[in-house]
Design a protein around this ligand. Structure first.
Ligand code: ATP
Length: 449
């Protein structure tokens, strides 16, 4: 029976989640405060932690950081309100497995838990097939061209972009298009490996080299031999590890902790970061290592700067969620498509994917309508622009029937015409080329006063 630790100070919420998960066959331990967490982790062999953000004596983010330091492979699911989605995004950077937003949907929670328990070592895997969507925005098209150009070479690639923009997916694509495609793709989350063990995790160790080294261990670098090593959040590497890594890359060989023997290395490095590594004052990153991994740089822009990609990725995530939940949702209502276009997407593709997954799960018809989005998302949509003032902001590629599109445009045109002619309906009707009666009927239909 899998053991879950639930950290939630709202007792009614805690009780609800606990009883639901117990019914699903989990053994659930719970606490309300940060200071109680480690007592449980030491006492029980916990398989998964679920933590709320606001706790009486601290935050879920602090809990997450402490857990990642002491138990790097323990999965943590982070709960937050939608209005705090930036915090949830930060939690992903610190190493949360996933975030879900309140109000919690039990099915979504269960799905996320099952996924977390299934993926043993989330960030380290052999190369695998993935459905890679090529965005249609100019910036993504350019990125993809660069990916195709650099993939067949052995150049080190540095991917720079906000969390959730698709850096790991791009890294996997580069690997898949390279001559190393049949070799391993090893993804290491440098933010999630503990500082004590990072040397041994990356370079391996020999038996007896330190207390606890009960056998020989192959490190990630050696594990990636013949393939690609993806170093995510590379800015988090300790200075001492940076030097060792630089040496290994220059010498093309690795020495295990406690050994003098050199193991030859044939790996390609792809690194990712969301910080400015060149700015040493800020990042504390070795410039020589920076130049070694930055043989080819790809900047991945945030989703809000390539809005043309939203509809394509939406379609993809809807299909993916349909397959996951056995649903047949075919897209967004025009209103939701419009909200999506305006939203700032600080969690980028990951946030879009999570939102869609939740909506598809809840959908009872074949459309994602506003009522399926978290209330906070609509209340505080983090609109990047003000409300649209012309039809150009609607894209014909937004999902929606012709009638829905037409109605939205009609409503906007009527409002604008009324404003233009200071609510003189005869003039507005004449301007729009319709008669007054039609204008009145349409105003009534759209609730225009
Ligand atoms: N090109 C793509 N095609 C299909 N899905 C994608 C693509 N890029 C990203 N995704 C989806 O978005 C999610 C986030 O992408 P990814 O993990 O690559 O982002 P990231 O920039 O590496 O994030 P982080 O910085 O937090 O590690 C993925 O799990 C995947 O579902």
């Amino acid at each position: 029976m899998k053991k879950i630790l639930l950290i939630e100070d709202d007792l009614s919420y805690q009780k609800l989640i606990k009883s639901f998960l117990t019914k699903q066959g989990f053994q659930v331990f719970s606490c309300e405060q940060k200071k109680e967490v480690f007592k449980w982790l030491e006492q029980e062999k916990i398989d998964l932690v679920i933590t709320d953000y606001w706790l009486p004596d601290g935050t879920g983010l602090e809990v997450l950081k402490a857990i990642k330091e002491a138990y790097p492979s323990l999965k943590v699911i982070f709960i937050s309100n939608y209005s705090e989605v930036r915090i949830a995004v930060k939690a992903m950077k610190v190493g949360a497995f996933e975030y879900i937003t309140k109000p919690i949907n039990p099915d979504e929670l269960l799905q996320t838990i099952q996924q977390a328990l299934k993926t043993k070592k989330k960030r380290v895997s052999e190369s695998q097939e993935l459905t890679f969507v090529v965005g249609k925005s100019q910036s993504f098209q350019k990125i993809f061209k660069h990916v195709e150009l650099v993939a067949p070479t052995d150049l080190s690639v540095l991917l720079i972009g906000e969390t959730g923009t698709g850096k790991e997916y791009l890294a996997r694509k580069i690997h898949a298009l390279s001559h190393r495609r049949t070799g391993p793709f090893v993804a290491v989350d440098c933010g999630a490996i503990s500082s004590d063990l990072s040397s041994s995790e990356l370079f391996g160790h020999v038996k007896g080299s330190f207390t606890g080294a009960v056998g020989d261990k192959t490190g990630y670098l050696e594990f990636a031999n013949g393939g690609t090593l993806f170093l995510d959040e590379i800015g988090n590497l300790q200075p001492e590890i940076q030097s060792k890594l630089l040496r290994a890359l220059q010498e093309r060989s690795v020495k295990k902790v406690g050994s003098n023997q050199e193991v030859p290395l044939d790996i390609r490095i792809i690194a990712a970061t969301n910080e400015d590594l060149e700015n040493q004052q800020q990042s504390n990153f070795r410039l020589d290592l920076y130049h070694r991994i930055n043989e080819f740089r790809i900047d991945v822009p945030p989703l809000r700067e390539r809005k043309e990609d939203i509809s394509l990725f939406t379609e993809h995530f809807v299909q993916q969620s349909n397959a996951q939940f056995n649903k047949s949702v075919d897209g967004l209502s025009v209103q939701v498509a419009h909200v999506f276009n305006q939203y700032a997407w600080y969690g980028n593709l990951r946030e879009l994917k999570n939102l869609i997954r939740r909506a598809v799960l809840l959908a009872e018809t074949n459309r994602i309508t506003e009522d399926l989005l978290p209330a906070d998302f609509l209340k505080n949509p983090k609109v990047t622009d003000t409300a649209p003032t012309n039809s150009a902001e609607y894209s014909i590629t937004d999902v929606g029937s012709f009638k829905e599109h037409t109605e939205i445009l009609e409503e906007k045109l009527i409002k604008e015409a009324l404003e233009l002619f200071r609510h003189n309906k005869s003039k507005a009707a004449a301007h729009l080329g319709i008669d007054r009666k039609t204008l009145y009927l349409k105003m009534k239909k759209f609730g225009i006063d």
